[in-house]
Design a protein around this ligand. Structure first.
Ligand code: AP5
Length: 190
């Protein structure tokens, strides 16, 4: 039987990786297995092997053409993975030339997701999480810019649903409510 393909997105620092890890723990306890894949890591491996970047945060600064080429390689590699797959990625990436679609037609055609999840929370909570995360080179922007990015992601997710027939689920990952957001994600994946 073909597995489920679920794509999970959210602006940097919203906490999607944290929610994914908690949700997968819950699923494992009830005997449900998902392979969790980070789209950015696939892109990064190719970019690193070609000596284009040193860390993953440099990827969104690359020329659009290069980013698209990396996106395509990642999409093709991920499409070959069978079983239940959870893909951690971005609905859109903020570049110096504007928003870049994270899941353009040539990537969606390869993956054909069943569900796209948008992880969201209040803009000022995301701002605080970015400011307190020393491990990454997060974009320095205000809460209004974060709000615009979250809004853009909803709009582009609607286009993805039109292209693939997938459903769109919004999950809120509010401060101190990780238990709730991870339970919501586990329910989507069951
Ligand atoms: P990616 O690896 O996805 O990087 P990211 O967006 O920065 O995502 P992270 O996983 O680092 O952050 P997160 O939002 O999941 O937050 P976290 O769980 O760490 O992508 C890397 C790069 O790849 C991109 O920049 C892009 O260049 C490229 N890329 C990827 N996909 C692409 C695509 N499709 N097309 C083109 N390029 C693509 O949590 C953050 C903080 O919040 C932590 O400190 C955590 O403790 C805290 N936190 C989390 N939840 C809570 C809560 N409920 N309450 C309080 N604190 C919380």
């Amino acid at each position: 039987m073909a597995g489920k393909k679920v794509i999970i997105t959210g602006v940097p620092g919203v906490g999607k990786t944290t929610v994914i890890n908690e949700a997968l723990k819950k699923l494992r306890e009830s005997g449900i297995e998902y392979q969790s894949i980070n789209f950015g890591s696939f892109m990064f491996e190719v970019a690193k092997s070609e000596n284009i970047v040193k860390d993953r945060d440099q990827m969104r600064m690359l020329d659009r053409v290069v980013q698209k080429k990396l996106q395509q390689s990642a999409g093709q590699a991920i499409a070959k993975i069978s079983g239940n797959v959870l893909i951690d990625t971005h609905a859109s990436v903020k570049t110096s030339k504007g928003y870049l679609a994270g899941l353009p037609e040539w990537v969606l055609r390869e993956i054909m997701p069943d569900i796209i999840v948008l992880v969201e929370t209040d803009d000022d909570q995301i701002l605080m999480r970015r400011l307190t995360d020393d491990t990454r080179a997060r974009d320095k922007e205000g809460s209004r810019a974060i709000a615009e990015h979250q809004q853009f992601n909803r709009s582009i997710a609607a286009a993805y649903a039109m292209m693939t027939g997938c459903t769109i689920r919004i999950i809120t990952n509010a401060d101190f409510l990780l238990e709730r957001s991870s339970t919501d994600l586990a329910d989507v994946l069951r």
